[in-house]
Design a protein around this ligand. Sequence first.
Ligand code: TYD
Ligand code: MG
Length: 453
Amino acid sequence: KAKVKTTFFCQSCGSQYSKWQGQCTACKQWNTIVEEVIQKPEKNDWKSPSISASKRVAKPLRIKEIDGSADARLNMLDTEFNRVLGGGMVPGSLTLLGGEPGIGKSTLLLQIALKLPYKTLYVSGEESQKQIKMRAERIQPNSENCYILTETKTQNIFKQIEALEPDIVVVDSIQTLHSDYIESSAGSISQIKECTTELIKFAKETTTPVLLIGHITKDGNIAGPKILEHMVDTVLQFEGDRNHVFRILRANKNRFGSTNELGIYEMQGSGLREVSNPSEVLISEKDGELSGNAIAATLEGMRPLMIEVQALVSTAVYGTPQRSATGFNAKRLNMLLAVLEKRAGFKLGAKDVFLNITGGISVDDPAIDLAVVASILSSNEDEALQSDYCFAAEVGLSGEVRPVQRVEQRILEAEKLGFSTIFVSKYNKISLKNTQIKIQLISKVEDLVGFLV
Ligand code: TYD
Ligand code: MG
């Protein structure tokens, strides 16, 4: 019997060591290095070595000899998903869908698999066929071409793939897979690496696109998906607040498209609904005007997105005032509060400030700053802003209102949605003509005060 081979892996960053050490040299974390049993096989092709070896003899080619005509992308019949991928799935690509447990990854991919006209194999190591059927019954419609396999061993999966010859393969999830070529348990770094390598080989050799689900925890503790990110072609992230219905799909890495696009879904009783006009759903319906609410004209990727910011400013009950932000960077909130205090003379030092982006989504467009400031001022003065006002500007350290990119696109979106006035920086160059919406130019945060009703 061959001697058992082991290697040491950092569970945080995936670096490999020949012996144990207390601190990982690569990522500087302590006590993250764990021994894993591996056994290097002779050959670990997804098919028997003889077949694929004879078929694949790569030869060097001149650039002009290479067939450059792009293979047609697979239309996933889901507008949001297609957009984030950059126009559908590329043949032979491996796409990782990451996200926290329970966010809806299995629901999204099963739903897509059930709609596709291509022969689709959905492999699950997470749930039984019965459980998947129950989920599928909520989702509807059920395609004739979708096959469900519950299996975790890659060699068995490939056997089924050879028999079925699917056009597209979904694997849920990488953490449940294990390969016979490696002895450590499913979910370990060495298994994740090996199984992904086998899937990549399969995808490239057969030009079958593969969608792979990977879990990440809140603190990002599992290293698997981090290593995976380097191996796969595209990394999609599915995120949102589990207590809210909205889910956002974004590309963190995309070899075949931009990483700026965003997909929005709403979790319903019957699966995920594509949200094609996000601005309308993200602004809550309300009767009359409430203090502490302001609407920001943001951009996510190429799409304008109107989102609502809510602030609550109140006198601190305990000594140290509390500051908290949901969906917005807490450091940025503190910075904006300091600006209001120092530059505009608002006494916020002894106040509790809570900030919330409605819909449970998070944004990092700096153009949201002015709406944040407006909502804080509005709550602090307990005076509402007119509900048909919206804001698009960054706020600088001296309280200056700074220009943002593609301001005209934001203005047009606000106009389309019926806003009466948009507040932007005086320093933005705007050459729009014939707009119905009033473009209010301001240069300092204090200028906002006069607009509270
Ligand atoms: P799931 O896809 O299992 O999450 P993940 O694979 O990312 O762990 O989704 C989990 C949640 O979605 C679960 O709490 C139930 C809810 N859900 C719905 O609200 N509607 C539905 O139609 C389905 C299938 C799930
Ligand atoms: Mg799942």
